[in-house]
Design a protein around this ligand. Structure first.
Ligand code: MGP
Length: 203
């Protein structure tokens, strides 16, 4: 059999001693497509509606594209004050108004150190694109917010009223980002009504 056939087009490489290993030239495809978004609210235009500075930046579906985008652009420590990075499933907009988010909510954690936000953001991104959540269908995406007072990270999910699913996601997320303090889940519906909506679930 020809080498190309054995390696599925990837080619074979000699490791010395006659041993042959597959040399993969194919990019490593992810389970689904994801989109990075960016919202710079540092110079808000007077009277501008929320979301007017929100921009869709890049959609990717390979591990290689992810690392390239993350390394070069999407690190929260590169953000100036009052700006957000989002990574959402392609097709879902990071807004309460999106049909997939409309009945949802978010788990939130705060971070007082920049380096910590970068680490939690990266750990969360890897868990999302690596499909590490059992309830991955329930996930919309993640938002990193750089603020003067305190940086924040929020994991947006779809069905806020499903307490069992949300608490399971919240517990798993805490493990992933290595947080032991209690975290809170708030409903977008509540946030729409009042700025400091109380949390509905804790884990
Ligand atoms: P936020 O940024 O989610 O809250 O929303 P936070 O982080 O507590 O506040 P911040 O001041 O530190 O940013 C802040 C405000 O932005 C909300 O009270 C809404 O007025 C508006 N807003 C936020 N989101 C996510 C949305 C949204 O998805 N849709 C609309 N219409 N407004 C939003």
């Amino acid at each position: 059999m020809a080498e190309e056939e054995v390696a599925g087009g990837g080619g074979l490489e000699s490791m010395g001693g006659g041993e042959m290993v597959e040399e993969s030239k194919q990019p490593h495809r992810l389970e689904r497509k994801w989109t990075f978004w960016f919202d710079n609210q540092s110079k808000p235009k007077q009277g501008a509606a929320w979301g007017s500075s929100l921009r869709k930046a890049h959609t990717f579906d390979t591990v290689e594209e992810f690392w390239c985008l993350y390394d070069q652009i999407f690190r929260p420590s590169k953000l100036v004050g009052n700006a957000d990075f989002h990574c959402f499933k392609a097709g879902i907009e990071p807004k309460w108004e999106d049909p997939e988010c409309a009945n949802g909510g978010k788990w939130s954690v705060t971070s007082s150190r920049k380096a910590n936000l970068d680490t939690m953001w990266l750990e969360t991104l890897m868990a999302l694109i690596g499909e590490q959540f059992d309830e991955s269908d329930e996930i919309c995406g993640v938002v990193a917010s750089v603020r003067q007072r305190q940086d924040k990270l929020a994991l947006w999910t779809k069905t806020a009223t499903n307490e069992a699913v949300q608490t399971s996601i919240g517990r798993k997320w805490k493990e992933i980002i290595d947080v032991t303090d209690k975290i809170q889940y708030s409903f977008h519906d509540d946030s729409r009504r009042e700025k400091s909506a109380r949390g509905r679930y804790n884990v």
